[in-house]
Design a protein around this ligand. Structure first.
Ligand code: GMT
Length: 379
């Protein structure tokens, strides 16, 4: 199949999922055309079956706000037409689904019928989508898509709760290529960040409010009072200055490593003992799955789709949002005993295998085939 994938190219989970999906489809022989405004962070270099089409955003002085959606729709029309695409798969409802609808209508006037699938990732529904100013467009796009998928059961329920739609939403969970077995930690690498007797906790995110990174720091403060430990904070975003100030005021700055934005999470996770994800809301929690796939147990909140990913008492522990005391106790429980930590590490990996790429990829492929066939029948 020839598939156009529209995504946000930045550090968000939706962009990561879309890029990894495209790369995996390309390996299976599909022709993948990424369409977005800058090179997706996980795309890497030139590879077989992968093409990247950049949407040029104009800076005409009349526009106080650039008409990105219009430029995106025009680029989609162009790519569908000249690359003979069979399907568009857009990740994140706004403005990707509305631009896809526009492209579909334009192409129809030119005798080309192209279906589009919308994948809902979370904040398009749970945060941004709830803003009443977006509601009519998102509802329309959900109803107009040729198929809609959501990354968790929780997100599917949220979508029905907040939008006037009764159309079918397929739950296709995010996926990962987990390692087969646990490998010993590279001590040389680990020693750059912690001494051998210290545990390494970590958190990786875009440091937006919804991630509650201040809870990460408070949990770490409590843990390091009981267990020698270091905290690696990967990523960057609006809350970072607050978090840095907190760490300074608590006097634990020398135990926290701020890496800034990271393209690959693997190098941090490979040396970590525990991942913290205390988010306010999370439709899935891809960062938790990435940690588990490296054999790193997860202490998280129990919000949104996280309970579908992190299994309480098995791959880690879950607590109510904001209950930093419970999260600290869970972290200390896992980290205070070598044998227990080893068991949680193995269980985290077992849990990650439930989201294996080889299981999830055929689900997308069969949905693609179904949607393309339905379009042919209608036409
Ligand atoms: O979490 C973010 O801030 C980024 C956001 C995105 O749209 O890129 O992530 C959402 O999609 C991810 C991939 O499906 C999910 O794993 C995240 O849970 C979801 N974030 C939220 O729901 C807050």
């Amino acid at each position: 199949m020839k598939i156009g994938i529209v995504l946000y190219p930045t550090f968000g989970g939706s962009g990561v999922v879309a890029t990894e999906l495209g790369k995996a489809l390309a390996l299976k022989g599909h022709q993948i055309h990424f369409i977005t405004y800058s090179q997706p962070v996980r795309l890497g270099s030139f590879r077989e079956n992968i093409y990247y089409h950049e949407v040029a955003v104009s800076d005409y002085p009349l526009f106080e706000y650039q008409p990105y959606e219009t430029e995106l729709a025009s680029k989609m029309v162009d790519v569908v037409k000249y690359e003979n695409l069979d399907l568009l798969h857009v990740h994140y409802a706004i403005p990707h689904a509305s631009a896809a609808f526009m492209a579909q209508q334009i192409l129809r006037t030119q005798g080309i019928d192209i279906p589009f699938i919308t994948t809902l990732h979370g904040t398009d529904i749970t945060l941004v989508g709830k803003d009443p100013s977006f509601e009519p467009v998102i509802t329309f796009c959900i109803n107009a898509s040729n198929a809609v998928t959501a990354v968790s059961e929780s997100l599917r329920k949220d979508t029905y709760a907040h939008f006037a739609t009764d159309r079918e939403i397929h739950v296709i969970p995010n996926f990962i290529q987990a390692k087969e077995t646990l490998k010993p930690i590279d001590l040389e690498k680990r020693r750059h960040y912690a001494q051998d007797h210290e545990r390494i906790l970590c958190h990786i995110s875009n440091f937006r409010k919804v991630k509650r990174v201040e809870d990460v720091v408070e949990i770490f403060r409590q843990v390091q009072e009981r267990i020698p430990a270091k905290l690696i904070l990967g990523g960057d975003g609006p809350e970072r200055p607050l978090v840095e100030r907190m760490a300074r005021e608590m006097g634990i700055c020398n135990k926290i490593i701020f890496t800034g934005k990271v393209r690959e999470t693997g190098p941090i996770l490979e040396i970590a003992d525990l991942f913290l994800l205390p988010s306010e809301t999370e439709s899935f929690g891809l960062a938790a799955l990435e940690a588990m796939a490296e054999g790193v147990p997860v202490v998280s909140s129990n919000t949104g789709g996280i309970p579908e990913v992190n299994r309480h008492g098995f791959s880690g522990y879950l607590s109510n949002v904001g209950d930093v005391d419970a999260m600290s106790k869970h972290a200390i429980h896992i980290l205070s005993d070598d044998e227990r930590l080893k068991a949680f590490r193995e269980q985290a990996l077992v849990q990650a295998h439930k989201f294996s790429l080889k299981e999830v990829l055929p689900i997308y492929e069969s949905l693609y085939a179904q949607v393309i066939n339905e379009m042919r029948v209608v036409v």
